[in-house]
Ligand binder design. Structure first.
Ligand SMILES: [Zn+2]
Length: 122
């Protein structure tokens, strides 16, 4: 049997629950805003690199026909190989997937080992 709760206490409980839900939503919203901010920074980096590459090609490779579809296929294969590749931990020498930022055996940071391409360096 549920205990009798006076109406003013029920209202108080309902207000508390609503407040709690609202706080949860605010937190979620802040987390999402942070993620969007991080993604926007990443897109900005990608855009910068793409524009720089495009300018480089225009300036230096005027006589070369760029087969972009072929290059995209090759890059996709290369990325797949990289995804499967492993790095050696500088601290314990174990092999760790190169997508990991930390060694799964000793916890050492692998960021310096993993940051190999231009997108990670800028
Ligand atoms: Zn290690």
């Amino acid at each position: 049997m549920t205990p009798f709760i006076p109406p003013h206490n029920r209202r108080y409980e309902a207000n508390r629950k609503t407040e709690k839900l609202a706080k949860g939503s605010v937190k979620k919203s802040e987390d999402n805003a942070e993620r969007i901010n991080d993604l926007e920074k990443e897109v900005e980096k990608l855009s910068l690199v793409c524009e720089s590459l495009s300018r480089f090609i225009e300036k230096n490779l005027q006589d070369v026909t760029l087969d972009l579809e072929y290059e995209i296929d090759e890059t996709t294969k290369l990325r797949e190989q990289r995804r499967k590749s492993k790095n050696q931990c500088i601290q314990c020498s174990m092999l760790v997937p190169s997508s990991f930022n930390y060694c799964m055996y000793c916890g050492a940071s692998l960021e310096n080992v993993a940051k190999k391409n231009i997108f990670d360096r800028i």
